[in-house]
Design a protein around this ligand. Structure first.
Ligand code: 2AM
Length: 188
């Protein structure tokens, strides 16, 4: 056992957003919805596009994940565009309100599949739910009908270049979780 072998962290792998996207999206939501997102909106600093949630990971497993990601062929950088709003499990009874990806969605799916493969090689159970790329904006409890909100928002027009993926730690506490970037892996 090394000195940090008992360290456990809550880990996920994601596409981080440029500050321009954070500011632009916050302004877009404010302009279109007057800041009135249903439910509990996440702070813009927390916005990201999850590729794979790992949950609680001990230090040896964490290091194995990093090694498998380091070996993985993550693909080339790409342009990511966004669309309008959507909701899980469905707009008429939503618990999660999200922003869709548009241009580059196929590349997001591809990199998510490569990461899934790397994570399974690292010894994790395969993800059973199909991957749906989305940027979570708000969590809604109890569920609400958000069809009007979804219909009232035009697509978000900005784009960003995705040239790396980021391994985040989710630090839970009172209020919103804090997401701490731990490692990045370049797309080349
Ligand atoms: P989300 O992408 O729909 O927001 C950190 O918690 C990130 O991992 C969140 O973005 C969250 O969902 C995602 N995630 C996926 N599965 C999760 C789970 N079972 N518990 C918590 N977060 C999960």
């Amino acid at each position: 056992m090394g000195p940090s072998d008992d360290l456990v962290r809550r880990i996920f792998i994601a596409i981080d957003l440029d500050d321009e996207i954070r500011h632009g999206l916050a302004a877009h939501l404010e302009a279109v919805l007057d800041g009135r997102l249903p439910g509990r909106p996440g702070p813009p600093a927390n916005w990201h596009l999850t590729l794979r949630f790992l949950g609680t990971v001990d230090q040896p497993a964490y290091e194995t994940v990093l090694a498998r990601l380091d070996e993985a062929e993550l693909g080339a950088p790409f342009e990511l565009g966004f669309g309008g709003l959507g909701a899980f499990p469905r707009p008429g009874r939503a618990t999660v309100l999200w922003l869709a990806t548009a241009a580059g969605s196929g590349a997001v799916d591809d990199v998510a599949a490569v990461i899934e493969d790397a994570v399974v090689r690292a010894g994790f159970m395969p993800e059973e739910r199909p991957f749906h790329s989305h940027l979570t904006l708000s969590r809604i409890r109890p569920p609400e009908d958000v069809r009007d909100v979804i219909e009232s928002m035009p697509p978000f027009p900005l784009r960003q270049t995705v040239d790396r993926i980021t391994v985040f730690e989710s630090v839970l506490g009172r209020g919103p979780a804090t997401y701490v970037p731990l490692e990045t892996f370049p797309l080349i």
